[in-house]
Design a protein around this ligand. Structure first.
Ligand code: ADP
Ligand code: ASP
Ligand code: MG
Length: 439
C-alpha cells in the first residue's frame, strides 16, 4: 500500500485544540501512517515558541547551573496541552526526566531538541501510535552531515510491523553519540528523511498557509498562490528566505522522486502546493514563479585593470576567503571587476579585516570596497529563460520604486536573477518586483 508521511509544523502543534484538528486530518486518510512533528509554536502573536523557551533553558543552565525558571514555562505549555486533550499519560514524570537530562547533558542542541521530543510523545498517545525517538534512527557523520544510508536503514527497520509511528523532527545523533539538531526549521528535513526511508508516495508538509505563495505574505497582501513548483525553484526560493520549507528538505526526497505537498492545517480543504520533478512540472504560464529575499550580506568589490587576463586572479581571491572558512554565496563579475558576497555572520571577529588585508596582499587590486547590510533578492522561475526582457522589467520596477541595485547576478541556468539592495529596501524591492510581474 502507498504510504504518506505527514509533517506538522509549530503552529499545528501549538495547543490541544489544533492537535485535535491534526488528529482528524491524519485519521481521515489511512495511508497517513508516519507522522513527524515540530515543537509547539506560537499560539498568538507575541507568544514564545517552545524551541525558543528551550534555548533560554540552556542559557539559564549555563549561567546558574539550573534551568528551573525557564523550564517552568515549558512545563506549563505541555501540562496544559495534555490536560486540554485529556490524555491518559503521566506528562509530569516525562517532564521531570527531561529536565534531569537537560541538566546532565548541558548541551544547547539537546535542550533545543526537547520541544520536538515532548510533542511527539504527546502526539503518539493522542493517535495511539508508536513513538520512535530520532536519537535512535537519525545519524550524523563525523563532518556533522546526515549519514543518509545508516539513517534510512534504521528508520525502515524501526517501522517494520508498525501500524502508525510518530517521529520528533529537528534532531538526531551526532558521531560522538550526543544529540544534535539541524538548523532552525529543521523538522522539515526530518519529514523528508522519513519519507525517503519508507519510500512514501508523497511527503505532506502541513503548515499555517495554504501552500507556497509568490512572495512572503507578510510583505505583500494576498500574494498569488503557486500550484506547482519544481524542486529547483523551491530550493532557490527557500534558500533565499521563503521559509515555508527548510531548503535542505529537498535533497532526501528529490533523489527518490517523492513529491512534496504543502498543506494548511487550518484549511485542509485548500489545494496547497505540489513540488515535483521538472519532468512532471506543468508551467502555469507565468514568467516569474516567486520572489524571496534575505538580509545581512557583506559584499567585497574588487577592481583591477586587466584582471581578466591575470591567470589565477579569481582563485587567489577565493583562497583568501577559504583560509578564513567563509562560504561564498555569489561572485558577480565584469571585465575588470569582481565581487564576492557572503553572509555577514562570517564577517565578525576581525575576519573581515583579515580578508581585506589578504586580498590586498595576494592580488594587489586598484580598488577594494566593502558594502555591508546588503539584502539579496532572488526572482525565480523556469519561465524566465524563454521570455525576453525579464531583467529589463525587473530593473524598471526597481527604478520606479527608487531602489538602487548594488549588485546583479543572473545564474547561468537563467532560473533566477539575484539583486543586492540595502537591507532597508528589501521589503520595498520584493513588493515592487511582485507588482511588476503579478499585478
Ligand atoms: P511551520 O511552523 O509550519 O514549520 P513556518 O513558520 O516555518 O511554519 O513556515 C510558514 C510561514 O512561512 C508562513 O506562515 C509565512 O508567514 C511564511 N512565508 C514566508 N515566505 C512565504 C511564501 N513565499 N509563501 C508562503 N509562506 C511564506
Ligand atoms: N522547533 C524547531 C525550530 O523552531 C524546528 C522546527 O520547527 O522545524 O526551529
Ligand atoms: Mg517551518
Amino acid at each position: 500500500m502507498a504510504v504518506k508521511v505527514c509533517k506538522f509544523g509549530g503552529t499545528s502543534m501549538a495547543d490541544g485544540n489544533v492537535m485535535n484538528a491534526v488528529k482528524k486530518i491524519i485519521l481521515s486518510d489511512e495511508s497517513r501512517k508516519y507522522v513527524v512533528v515540530s515543537a509547539p509554536g506560537k499560539r498568538f502573536s507575541g507568544d514564545i515558541k517552545v524551541t525558543d523557551l528551550l534555548y533560554s533553558c540552556y542559557d539559564e543552565l549555563k549561567r546558574t547551573g539550573s534551568c528551573d525558571a525557564a523550564f517552568a514555562k515549558v512545563r506549563t505549555r505541555f501540562e496544559s496541552i495534555v490536560k486540554e486533550l485529556n490524555l491518559p499519560m503521566d506528562i509530569t514524570s516525562i517532564l521531570n526526566e527531561t529536565q534531569r537530562r537537560l541538566v546532565e547533558e548541558k548541551s544547547e542542541d539537546f535542550a533545543a531538541s526537547r520541544g520536538e521530543y515532548l510533542s511527539a510523545r504527546v502526539m503518539a498517545v493522542l493517535l495511539g501510535a508508536t513513538f520512535i525517538d530520532c536519537e535512535d534512527v537519525v545519524f550524523f557523520n563525523e563532518e556533522g552531515q546526515l549519514d543518509g544510508e545508516k539513517t534510512y536503514k534504521a528508520i525502515s527497520k524501526a517501522v517494520e510491523g508498525l501500524d502508525m509511528a510518530v517521529f520528533p523532527g529537528f534532531y538526531g545523533k551526532a558521531a560522538n553519540g550526543r544529540v544534535k539538531t539541524f538548523s532552525r526549521g529543521g523538522s522539515d528535513i526530518t519529514g523528508a528523511i522519513v519519507a525517503r526511508a519508507v519510500n512514501a508516495s508523497v511527503y505532506e508538509n502541513w503548515t499555517d498557509v495554504s501552500g507556497f505563495l509568490a512572495c512572503d505574505p507578510r510583505i505583500v497582501d494576498n500574494p498569488r498562490h503557486i500550484k506547482n513548483l519544481s524542486y529547483k525553484e523551491l530550493f532557490e526560493l527557500s534558500y533565499m528566505g521563503a521559509n515555508v520549507l527548510h531548503s535542505d528538505s529537498i535533497f532526501p526526497v528529490r533523489k527518490a522522486n517523492i513529491p512534496i505537498l504543502i498543506k494548511n492545517t487550518f484549511r485542509p480543504e485548500d489545494e496547497g502546493t505540489s513540488i515535483i520533478p521538472i519532468s512532471q512540472y506543468k508551467p502555469e504560464g507565468n514568467i516569474v514563479t516567486g520572489i524571496a529575499g534575505k538580509k545581512n550580506f557583506t559584499v567585497i568589490l574588487i577592481e583591477k585593470t586587466h584582471m581578466n587576463s591575470e591567470i589565477g586572479f579569481v582563485r587567489k581571491v577565493l583562497s583568501v576567503l577559504e583560509r578564513e572558512n567563509i562560504p561564498v554565496e555569489h561572485i558577480p563579475s565584469g571585465i575588470d571587476t569582481m565581487s564576492v558576497v557572503f553572509d555577514s555572520k562570517y564577517a565578525k571577529d576581525y575576519k573581515l579585516e583579515r580578508v581585506i588585508d589578504g586580498i590586498k596582499n595576494d592580488v594587489e587590486p586598484d580598488i577594494i570596497r566593502v558594502m555591508e547590510n546588503v539584502a539579496l533578492i532572488a526572482t525565480v522561475g523556469h519561465g524566465m529563460s524563454s521570455s525576453i526582457g525579464t531583467s529589463a522589467r525587473l530593473f524598471k520596477a526597481m527604478a520606479q520604486a527608487n531602489i538602487n541595485a548594488k549588485l546583479i547576478d543572473q545564474g547561468s541556468s537563467e532560473l533566477s536573477i539575484t539583486v543586492g539592495v540595502r537591507n532597508e529596501d528589501c521589503e520595498k524591492c520584493i513588493s515592487a518586483i511582485y507588482h511588476e510581474f503579478f499585478s
